[in-house]
Write a protein that binds this ligand. Sequence first.
Ligand SMILES: [Zn+2]
Length: 424
Amino acid sequence: VLRKQLKASHTLLKHEGIKTAPQPTKSLVVANGGLGNGVSREELSAALREMGAMESLVMPPHKPYSFVTYRCEEDALKAHTQLNGQKLQCGENSIVLYLSYIDSVNHQEEVSVTLPQGLVLVEDFVSTEEEAHLLAAVDWSSTNEDVSGSAQKALKHRRVKHYGFEFCYDNNNVDKDKPLPACLPGECLPVLERCLRHGHINVMPDQLTVNQYESGQGIPPHVDTHSAFEDTILSLSLGAKAVMEFRHPDGRVVAVVLPSRSLLVMKGESRYLWTHGITPRKFDLVPACESQSAALTFPDLRTQSGLTLSKRGTRTSFTFRKIRHERCRCAFPSACDSQRTTSPPPTSPPSLPCCRADAARLEKEYVHRVYDAIASHFSSTRHSPWPRVCHFLSSLAPGSMLADVGCGNGKYLGVNHQLVAVSV
Ligand SMILES: [Zn+2]
């Protein structure tokens, strides 16, 4: 067994750059126990769970190995002693596992490269017991601020409760001089300390927003106001899973499945530049197998075969943030309210054009750019043909020529298929 284990360690280092540790740690790399070897998450997880409480199980897509981190070193030691060189039954096959200690699990391994820069998703970040404690800590029945000491708002799309500081939806900011009487619930402390230990944050958050989404509810795409909160934003997903969409100003869209008990860490570009939101709907499109391929870019969705529908349930998110006390100096001024207020207006007001080039520039700036900016909204609100126009189109003889000049999104093109239509 030792010889084969050493060989496995050597292969991991040579081909994957994974360095094993000589002395026991809390984390192990499980050679042969990977999705690429036909080992399912359920099968491996069942065997590993018997050795003790797991903090995380990372299964990189298409790889023949996995990473497990236990809550304590003793359990990792137990797993190493009892599972190393042992067979794991996977469907009809049995696979021999080789376990080696590693100093730390690189979380980048678990997410697809298509994730926005700075975004990290950690699965199984809290246990089911912790999940239950956290959910029980939120008292939704208390609506009186004087009694509960925390502010609750019945928003149109979801239930929201704030701790530490109240978030004001009128100006999307917080009143930094008025902390709420209720600070963060004590149940959050072990989770936040784990975030500190794992290096997801450097300072303790002082603001918590709890959102509860019923099936069919969502949150519009937004960037958390730069001047209100510091860089790192943590979002813990409890209850049912949901799909969160990230949008870059250049049009890229990345859908991320947020499994139950997972932690989403938003830093840098993913926090400052990409918007994030949850589309209000009752079903999500998710990967068919519960693999680590959590991220799916939308253009790929139509060609993805391994997708399935997932019925939404009640999801509760705990969003932890640190109040910012100085103006934001991020590298994304286009999305930054701190940097916008002090910068001069981008262009001087338009003046009468003196030449053709002037006119072309004006048209580009004030016509083309505006149309480009409003096009998708314009199109989405122009879907019902006017009855009189439909009546006119239907009255034309088959084979008639139709010129629709200024056709918008072309909503009349399909009304009468017997016409030869030219749309401009
Ligand atoms: Zn900023």
